[in-house]
Design a protein around this ligand. Structure first.
Ligand SMILES: O=C1O[C@H](COP(=O)(O)O)[C@@H](O)[C@H](O)[C@H]1O
Length: 251
């Protein structure tokens, strides 16, 4: 039975620094146990802040970067050099500064890549990377929106009803840019550890509804559960509407 845990940090900076430290520990532990590890990245303010913290931490050298597979949970379908691209932000924050094996960095295609503006083909190509079975990712980072989206699965959208495919094209997103590629909930639930990372009061309703057991059609992040562990890493703002009191770590 997988565990759900919630940790609330004093502020968003502490949340990002602590999550980066957790990431080092977990990746090192998995590499020690299995030889290599896999991590799924998220876009969004908190997700990118964690990567920046990791870049600035000397502990990052404890990770064997050559034995790490990197994936994304979602991507904005924009040109490769767009600042909106989750991959570009992640590269600037961390990936371009550590000795990863380029063959193990699995980015989703941009809108000016080999599939041109065919977002369905780009999504199908990413699904192909995840075959024959979607990997049981070691750690998946996910952010969330105030309306409850996670990755690019928005409330009541076609993506939230997807049961068969691991990756889908997403159109008409309420949050710009409107066209995206996203893992689906069945693919997300293949992850062993899911860390839901978010800060700020604008996320408080979605966080409290998801933790109170909301349905995934209305609050897609409620459907993001790891097979081993689901860990919510919050700040005081995003945790402000939780009815249960969670302990705030002092460090
Ligand atoms: O567009 C996206 O937004 C969410 C949340 O981002 P935030 O800046 O509001 O925290 C993110 O999880 C997702 O990966 C991204 O594409």
């Amino acid at each position: 039975m997988s565990k759900t845990e919630v940790v609330v940090y004093e502020n968003p900076d502490l949340l990002a620094a602590a999550a980066a430290a957790r990431l080092v520990t977990r990746i090192v532990d998995v590499q020690a146990a299995k030889g290599s590890a896999s991590v799924v990245l998220t876009g969004g303010g908190t997700g990118i802040a964690i990567l920046r913290e990791l870049r600035e931490s000397s502990a990052r050298d404890a990770i064997d970067w050559s034995r790490l597979d990197v994936y994304w949970g979602d991507e904005r379908f924009v040109p490769a050099d767009s600042d909106e691209r989750n991959e570009k932000q992640a590269r600037e924050a961390l990936l371009d500064h550590v000795p990863l094996d380029p063959k193990r960095v699995h980015a989703m295609a941009p809108s000016d890549g080999e599939f041109g503006d065919d977002v369905d083909a780009a999504a199908a190509a990413y699904a192909e990377i995840l075959t024959p079975d979607v990997p049981a990712f070691d750690i998946m980072l996910l952010g969330l929106g105030g309306e409850g989206h996670t990755a690019s699965i928005f409330p009541e959208s076609p993506a939230v009803f997807e049961k068969d495919r691991s990756v889908v094209a997403v159109r008409d997103c309420p949050k710009p840019p409107p066209t995206r590629i996203s893992l689906t909930l069945p693919a997300i639930r293949r992850a062993q550890d899911i860390w839901l990372v978010t800060g700020g009061e604008a996320k408080a309703d979605a966080v409290s509804q998801a933790l109170a057991g909301a349905g995934e059609v209305q609050i897609p992040v409620a459907g993001a559960r790891g097979s081993r562990r689901t860990l919510w890493l919050l700040d005081r703002g995003s945790a402000s509407k939780l009815t249960k009191v969670y302990q705030t770590p002092t460090a």
